[in-house]
Design a protein around this ligand. Sequence first.
Ligand code: FE2
Ligand code: FE2
Length: 298
Amino acid sequence: MSDYSYQDCLEASYRVNWRIEEVLGPRKFDPAKRWMPSALSAAPAIGCLSEAEKIKLSHVEMGAYAHLFGYVEEFIAPLITGRAKAHGEGEAFEALANFVGEEVKHMHLFRRLRRRVDGQLGFSLKLLDGEQEVTRYVLAKNPGAVLLLTACIEWFTQLHYLTAIREDSDLDVLTKNVFRAHWLEESQHAKMDHLETLRAFSAMETTERDRAVGDLIELVGAVDGLLQKQSAYDVENLAAYLGRNFSRAEAEEIYREELKVKRWTFIASGVSHPNFVALFTQVTTPPQRERVQFALAS
Ligand SMILES: [Fe+2]
Ligand SMILES: [Fe+2]
């Protein structure tokens, strides 16, 4: 059992709280540097790009990475609003309401960061749209499934910063600043997702838990569909940025590696996070976990 508490989360959140201006300020990305860490970039695996082009690929990837966080926060904010309301009052309500406020701030942070990327690249990146439609689709699923997906996302923000961003010594400084700030606040979100997921599952009968597992599989499938779409956009964005026409084989190689790294970044790094695994194990039975593993493998 975790020893997380809403009160500790709220206190920690007040200690680390930051303003968008402090994180972004007038700072710009350094065009000579990588904007995405190697561990979350397709660049190291691609053979058809020069070293200079790989650096530019990381700029395009940063636009998509920042956008995808803002994209999922669109459904996390109303989800947690509903959870806060259900508590009515007290510590849990206060901690969750504060969580929502932080998520809205992050949405603004990532919008501004995307504008900064576009401004420095000199054109608007092609990025996923349909946030409202996706939010409606996600929130119509079983709440246990949506909370598990949210916990998976918030745990991978921790892993990305600690293992990929902080440790990359040659990474752009603005990237480091932004994702350090995001990591600081997301740490409390992940713990509250854990508490809320346990709460949601404790109120469910076996059949409803089965439904939650089925919905989680559908949600992960939908995330994968979005990643496929954005990976194709990344190929187009890179071609526009480089002013280069890729051959079919080159475009296929970039797409394949981009999708592979995005699947690691936005799905596998979350579902394999030890804290997510501990939570998932606590709320599911071995046959339910097998269903999910089978779906992930295919
Ligand atoms: Fe966030
Ligand atoms: Fe969050």
